[in-house]
Design a protein around this ligand. Structure first.
Ligand code: BES
Ligand code: MN
Length: 457
């Protein structure tokens, strides 16, 4: 990294960033009370609010959003007439999954091989530390040259739309000239990247019932309609022989124009086992950025150990459908529901319930803020800025674009492929945190200069 006074300041702030990230990671802020107590999320929200107050933020508030969670808001005034930049992150995290599969406890930030491991370290508590570190660095060099608003969501990972609905009900709250979403990631470590598109998604819960109760699989099996068998048949109908997603009514022929993802790189990043093929057709970028994909996230069925030889009366699954820009999450939900109903064999009773959703998003990467970001990234990384798609979803992006059509929305962050977000052993690269914090600080300076120099408001 270049050695400039600002870069040196960011470097000196890194031990503090690590300490604070460890504090934040220690809260199991999974926004699902069935899994973790609400107090974990509340403690994280209070931590965020305190951190903003300590930076001199005003109007710091825990906002009660319609889904029963809290987002944290604050505002830092810059000079009169300076543009306003909104910084976004989320403090909620995905559940840790199998804690015994973690090499260190998920809620204890732990250094290993030059990375910091812990749930949410990259997605997205590290994103918040990036914002804080950038602002702290600027403060040591005459302060942020812009007006800053920060919004930190408390249920992004649930897709329950709390902050989206709140923002729609308070459209004046998040107005900004530019918005930096700190919840995406570089294409790979060391390659500064802005995200140009996100897929949308719907989470659907499927319940299948065929019998009043379970039956002996010898006494009744062979004629008794088996709910788990029905479920398996329905789920299998969502894919072709080659693994392509085949949801009736969802176009699967999209093609990605732009940066490509070489198959060998993808295999390495995804850690695909030797001899196992990728699924689908077209380029990797087509498949993960420009086309829908279905994933079965969980199945309710008896676990192998303890299962009795019986025909199941009921079974369930949680399914996600990702859709590229151009397809709404409502269209995806409708198509999947109709497909599953039509695929149900033997007159099995089927219930499909939507559990979460988010719209896809496409950024205008030609806007002036991107010029400032490209220069900032070049200085922080010594590399040219790349523009890449992302297959994940950040539902608020579409809401913000709808509310503030003039605002320039930029997506950066710490979720590069090695971070293994949503999986066990999630981690963040401290070098990435340092470079991105510097890049964000440089961006804020350059963005302010570009706005004042041109005489624009
Ligand atoms: N940070 C991710 C999205 C992401 C991942 C963007 C990788 C860019 C690169 C975000 O926190 C996320 O995972 N969102 C959920 C939202 C869903 C529940 C609606 C997702 O995509 O599963
Ligand atoms: Mn996530």
């Amino acid at each position: 990294m270049s050695s400039t006074p600002l870069a040196d300041t960011v470097a000196a702030l890194m031990p503090r960033a690590r300490t604070e990230l460890a504090e934040l990671v220690s809260y199991a802020s999974v926004a699902d009370e069935r899994q973790f107590p609400r107090s974990e999320s509340e403690k994280a929200a209070v931590w965020v609010a305190d951190a903003l107050r300590a930076e001199g933020f005003e109007e710091v508030a825990l906002l009660d959003t319609p889904d029963g969670t809290q987002s944290v808001y604050g505002r830092l005034r810059g000079s009169e007439g300076a543009p306003t930049v909104l910084l976004y992150a989320h403090y909620d995290v995905q559940p840790p999954l199998d804690e015994s599969a973690w090499l260190s406890p998920p809620f204890e930030l732990t250094e290993r091989d030059g990375r910091w491991y812990g749930r949410g370290a990259a997605d997205c508590k590290g994103g918040l530390l990036m914002h804080l570190t950038a602002l702290r660095a600027l403060r040591e060099h005459d302060g942020a040259p812009v007006n800053i608003k920060v919004i930190v969501e408390g249920s992004e990972e649930q897709g329950t739309g709390g902050l989206e609905r709140y923002a729609e009900q308070h459209p004046e709250l998040l107005t900004a000239d530019a918005i930096v979403i700190g919840d995406a990631g570089n294409f790979r470590v060391g390659l500064p990247t802005v995200t140009s598109t996100l897929r949308g998604m719907v989470l659907m819960e499927l319940r299948v019932a065929t019998l009043e109760g379970n039956l002996h699989s010898g006494q009744f099996g062979g004629a008794a309609p088996d709910a788990l068998g029905a479920l398996i048949q329905m789920l299998a109908s969502l894919r072709d022989q080659d693994g392509s997603t085949t949801v009736d009514g969802l176009d699967a022929s999209g093609e990605w124009q732009g940066l490509q993802y070489p198959e060998a790189d993808f295999r390495r990043d995804a850690k695909v086992l030797d001899g196992v093929e990728l699924v689908g057709t077209g380029t990797v970028a087509d498949r993960i950025w420009a086309r829908p994909s279905v994933t079965v996230l969980g199945i309710d069925a008896p676990p192998v150990v303890g299962a009795t030889p019986s025909v199941q009366a009921t079974a369930g699954a949680l399914i996600s459908v990702r859709v590229p820009p151009g397809v709404t999450s409502e269209q995806a939900a409708q198509a999947l529901t109709a497909h599953l109903r039509a695929a149900a064999p033997w007159g099995a009773k089927v219930e499909v319930t939507q559990r979460g959703s988010g719209q896809p998003f496409r950024a205008d990467t030609g806007s002036p803020a991107y010029t400032a970001m490209a220069a900032a990234m070049r200085e922080a990384y010594g590399e040219e800025l790349a523009v890449a798609g992302q297959g994940g979803s950040i539902p608020l992006c579409n809401t913000l674009a709808g509310l503030y059509p003039e605002a320039e929305i930029l997506l950066i962050g710490l979720s590069e492929p090695e971070a293994q977000i949503h999986a066990v052993n999630e981690s963040v690269s401290p070098q990435e945190l340092e470079r991105l914090s510097l890049a964000e600080a440089l961006f804020l300076g350059r963005y302010a200069a570009s706005k004042s120099g041109g005489g624009a408001a």
